[in-house]
Design a binder for this molecule. Structure first.
Ligand code: HAM
Length: 414
C-alpha cells in the first residue's frame, strides 16, 4: 500500500462541494470587485522566487520544493502566488494596459513545512493582486475584498494592520534593529545571526524561544515611518474606519516574505490553533522592479483555503447541502431497465440529475439505495408502465405519489 505524502490531503466524494462553496464565494467577491482571473504554472524558475520572495525568508531558504529538470534547469513548485502573478504581469506586457490591472487566482501552493493543524505541504490559496495603483484607496479596497470574502463565508476573524514603510524609512529602521540586536546577537540562533547583516527585519519572524525574549522589546517600525508612508497609512486606516471595518494596528506584523512595503495586514482567528492566520497580504511596490521591469506599485493578499475550511468546521459553519439526484429510475427486468436507462439519459440531456441501477439490484434494494443517495423522487418502471407510458413518481420526502406521462416527466421535475 502506498500512502498519501505527508502534509497533503485527499478530497473525498461528498466533500468537494465544501471546497466549491468557498471557491464560489471567492469568485463572487472577484466579480463584484471587478477582478479578472489569472492562472500561472505550478512550477517556475527557482530564480523567480529567490528574487521575488527573498533569499533570507524561511519560505525560500527552508521550504521550497526545488528540483532540477531533465534539461538541468532549477525549477520550484510555487510556494505562493504573488511572484508568478508579477512575472505574468511583466512577461505579457500588462503594464501597457490601463491601470490598475486587477487580478485574482485560486491556486495550489507548496511549502516543505512541518505539518500540523492548518499547516500543510500542499495547500490552496485564493489570492488577489492589483497592479499599478500607488493610492491608499487601493489598499483599503483590497482589504475590503478580503473582509467581504470572509464575511460571505460567515467566519469571524480579527484584522491586524501595520505599515512596514518604504525602502527609505526601512533603511533607517533596519539600522535601528541592527543596533538593537547587535548587543545580544551571540545568544541568538544561527538564522538570526545570518539575518543581522543581510536583513535584520527578518529576525522578527524567528520562532525560537531563546530569540523571542530579545525580539519582544525590539524597536517598532511605526516609530520610523517617513512622512509619505505615515500619511498613506493614515489614509488606509481612515477609509477602513469610515467603512466600518474593525481593525487593530499591530506593529509586530512584518509578514514572512521580503517583497512587502507600506501596508501589511493579516486576518487572524484563535479558533484553529497555532496557525491562526487565515489571510495575509500587503503592498509590494518594489517587486516588479526587483524582477527587472519598470517600477510598478502593487498590492494583494492570499487566503488559505484549508485554514478557512478548518475554521468553518470548528465553528460549525453551515455549508449548503451537496446536490442530490433529482430522480432515481428503477427498472425490473432487461426491458424495463433499458427504458430506465433511456429516460435517465433524456433527463440528463435536459439538465436534470438522474440515477439508475448499476448493480442489478432488486426493486426493493433499489428503493433503499435511492433513499441512501438522497434522491428526491423515485419512479419504478414495470410492464404496466412500459405499456401505458405513465410512471408512478414517488416523492421520497413526503411519500406522496403522482402519475406522470413519460413525455411530461421533464416538466414535472423541472
Ligand atoms: P502567506 O502569508 O505566506 O502570504 O500565505 C497566505 C495564506 O496562505 C496564509 O495566511 C495561510 O492561510 C495560507 N498558508 C500559508 N502557508 C500555509 C501552509 N503551509 N499550509 C496551509 N496554509 C498555508 C502569501 O502567500 C502572499 N503571496 C500573500 C500576498 C498576495 N501578498 C500580497 N499578495
Amino acid at each position: 500500500m502506498i500512502n498519501i505524502p505527508k502534509g497533503t490531503k485527499d478530497v473525498l466524494p461528498g466533500q468537494a462541494y465544501k471546497w466549491r462553496y468557498i471557491e464560489d464565494a471567492a469568485r463572487e467577491v472577484a466579480r463584484v470587485f471587478n477582478l479578472s482571473e489569472i492562472r500561472t504554472p505550478t512550477f517556475e524558475h527557482t530564480e523567480l522566487f529567490k528574487r521575488g520572495v527573498g533569499e533570507t525568508t524561511d519560505v525560500v531558504n527552508k521550504e521550497m520544493y526545488t528540483f532540477e529538470d531533465k534539461g538541468g534547469r532549477s525549477m520550484t513548485l510555487k510556494p505562493e502566488g504573488t511572484a508568478g502573478a508579477a512575472r505574468l504581469f511583466i512577461e505579457n506586457g500588462l503594464m501597457s494596459s490601463p491601470m490598475p490591472v486587477k487580478t485574482f487566482y485560486i491556486t495550489p501552493a507548496f511549502r516543505y513545512e512541518r505539518p500540523q493543524a492548518g499547516r500543510l505541504r500542499e495547500f490552496h490559496q485564493f489570492g488577489i493582486e492589483v497592479f499599478g495603483s500607488p493610492s491608499f484607496e487601493t489598499d483599503a479596497e483590497v482589504i475590503l475584498a478580503a473582509s467581504s470574502f470572509l464575511d460571505r463565508l460567515g467566519v469571524s476573524t480579527k484584522l491586524e494592520l501595520n505599515s512596514i514603510g518604504c525602502r527609505v524609512c526601512r533603511a533607517e529602521y533596519n539600522k535601528a534593529l541592527k543596533n538593537y540586536f547587535a548587543a545580544n546577537i551571540d545568544c541568538m540562533c544561527e538564522t538570526c545571526r545570518s539575518r543581522l547583516e543581510k536583513n535584520p527585519l527578518r529576525i522578527l519572524d524567528c520562532k525560537e524561544e531563546g530569540c523571542k525574549k530579545f525580539i519582544k522589546d525590539a524597536p517598532l517600525i511605526t516609530d520610523y515611518l517617513c512622512g509619505e508612508c505615515a500619511e498613506h497609512f493614515e489614509g488606509v486606516k481612515s477609509l477602513l474606519t469610515a467603512q466600518g471595518v474593525e481593525f487593530t494596528v499591530n506593529p509586530r506584523i512584518v509578514r514572512g516574505l521580503d517583497y512587502y512595503s507600506k501596508t501589511v495586514f493579516e486576518f487572524v482567528s484563535d479558533e484553529i490553533g497555532a496557525q491562526g492566520t487565515v489571510c495575509g497580504g500587503g503592498r509590494y511596490d518594489g517587486l516588479i522592479s526587483d524582477l527587472g521591469a519598470a517600477a510598478t506599485p502593487a498590492i494583494g493578499f492570499a487566503a488559505g483555503i484549508e485554514r478557512l475550511m478548518l475554521l468553518m468546521e470548528n465553528t460549525g459553519a453551515n455549508f449548503p447541502e451537496e446536490q442530490k439526484p433529482r430522480i432515481y429510475i428503477a427498472g425490473m427486468d432487461a426491458q424495463t431497465r433499458g427504458a430506465a436507462f433511456k429516460i435517465a439519459a433524456e433527463l440528463r440531456e435536459k439538465g436534470i440529475s438522474a440515477e439508475i441501477d448499476h448493480m442489478n439490484r432488486s426493486v426493493k434494494a433499489q428503493f433503499k439505495y435511492a433513499d441512501k443517495l438522497g434522491a428526491q423522487y423515485v419512479a419504478v418502471i414495470g410492464g404496466n408502465e412500459l405499456a401505458s407510458g405513465v410512471l408512478t413518481v414517488k416523492n421520497m420526502k413526503d411519500g406522496t405519489q403522482a402519475a406522470v406521462k413519460c413525455g411530461e416527466l421533464y416538466s414535472y421535475l423541472k
